[in-house]
Design a protein around this ligand. Sequence first.
Ligand code: DQA
Length: 161
Amino acid sequence: MKIAVIQGPNLNMLGIREQHIYGPMSLEQIHDQMKASAEQNGVELEFFQSNLEGEIIDRVQECLGTVDGILINPAAFSHTSIGIKDALSAVNLPTVEVHISNIYKREEYRQKSITAGASTGVISGFGPFGYHLGLISLTQIVSEVKAVAAQQEQAQNKEAE
Ligand code: DQA
């Protein structure tokens, strides 16, 4: 199973930016922890971070046919980007949106996520541990999707016999 991990603007500054909100861990440290738990479960992760909306849209589009699911923190673009939402809807893959902070407890302009409308589910407010929760959830969802697809293929093969 292959999962794309897509990180939005300013998440490359984790460990430096607003530690009282996002904690002391760097993005690299978060990714190292994710890699370790993914390996244990036979999951391959592809990491990507960008501060540019168009690059994130390109990366989401590239996911079609190359990965089984998307774990995304669109960061500030969550609240503004119809383009990223449309890209997620277009590829139509199992998707989990993660926010380190609890966006519903913060400024009003952060309390709505446009991109979440194209996600299977959202995890918000558990700190960097949210990425771990997101990975577990997404792995489960992808396994279920694969099992249903395998069942359907079997049924079709039987019909063709
Ligand atoms: C964030 C929340 C966003 O509102 C903010 O712009 C971020 C990070 C989070 O992970 O809590 O950059 O997505």
